[in-house]
Design a protein around this ligand. Structure first.
Ligand code: ATP
Length: 235
């Protein structure tokens, strides 16, 4: 469904992605793990058209989307839930969600998306009229995911959804990721919490200084000595 082929992305002369090859099949949860500065966010920025790769191709359902503008990428069915608290702080929960649907026009379908989001996150329904900056960290994370869902994506890209959350909320967020996947969405999950990410994912990629160094079935990666040593905190 989504293929990155030999992607090289730079920030001026900083070579952040050094030949990334990554595949996501329909219906999968794929995780991209790696430590700080490995290039995870850069990978998502490159897929969503915010960053232009210097070399390589991105194919989406066999169409070359390498140079497509971010708004059009959303329209094509790829949506990003950004890292941390990147909701619109001065707007209400409802208005944040509304903005997530900015590429759509069918009111009935948009209403169905509100229903889906409120069903997944009852907390957002209760807090519809609350200003986003006054939400707790976990609630803001839910809102960021909910807003991404409002574009009715085929592929949802999640940038570190568990970052800064309490252990209970981390569990809840990962359960919700599974629920969203069961609703038919394909997911690319970027995480530093490798253990949890590999537990919910079908397949995984390990990124280190701009290169994929290991890839495979998530269960195999959980048992891979190199992954255990570097990312799971045990041997
Ligand atoms: P983290 O988990 O800390 O968010 P990451 O894996 O998402 O890390 P990226 O944010 O993609 O890593 O960064 C990859 C590399 O690109 C790092 O060396 C980083 O310093 C560099 N980089 C990221 N953004 C910029 C920027 N705007 N200008 C220059 N260099 C950047």
């Amino acid at each position: 469904m989504l293929k990155m082929q030999n992607i090289h992305t730079y920030y001026d002369n900083i070579h952040a992605l050094k030949g990334i090859n990554l595949n996501i099949n329909k219906g999968e949860i794929v995780t991209l793990i790696g430590s700080n500065g490995a290039g995870k966010t850069t990978t998502l920025g490159t897929i969503t058209g915010l960053l232009k790769p210097k070399e390589g191709k991105i194919l989406y359902n066999d169409e070359d989307i390498t140079c497509v503008q971010p708004g059009h990428i959303v329209k094509k069915g790829i949506s990003l839930s950004p890292e941390g608290r990147e909701v619109f702080p001065q707007l209400t929960v409802f208005d944040n969600l509304k903005l997530g649907a900015y590429t759509r026009s069918d009111k009935k379908e948009i209403d169905q998306s509100y229903e889906m989001v409120y069903e997944l996150f009852p907390r957002l329904f209760e807090r519809k009229t609350q200003i986003a900056k006054t939400l707790s960290g976990g609630e803001q994370q839910m809102l960021a995911i909910g807003r991404a869902l409002m574009s009715k994506p085929e592929i949802l890209l999640l940038d570190e959804p568990s970052l800064g959350l309490s252990p209970n909320l981390v569990l809840l967020i990962f359960e919700l990721i599974k629920d969203i996947n069961k609703l038919g969405m394909t997911i690319l999950l970027v995480e530093q919490n490798a253990k949890m990410a590999l537990k919910v994912a079908d397949r995984g990629y390990v990124l280190e200084t701009g290169k994929i160094i290991i890839e495979g079935n998530a269960k195999e990666l959980l048992n891979d000595d190199r992954v255990k040593q570097a990312y799971l905190g045990n041997l």
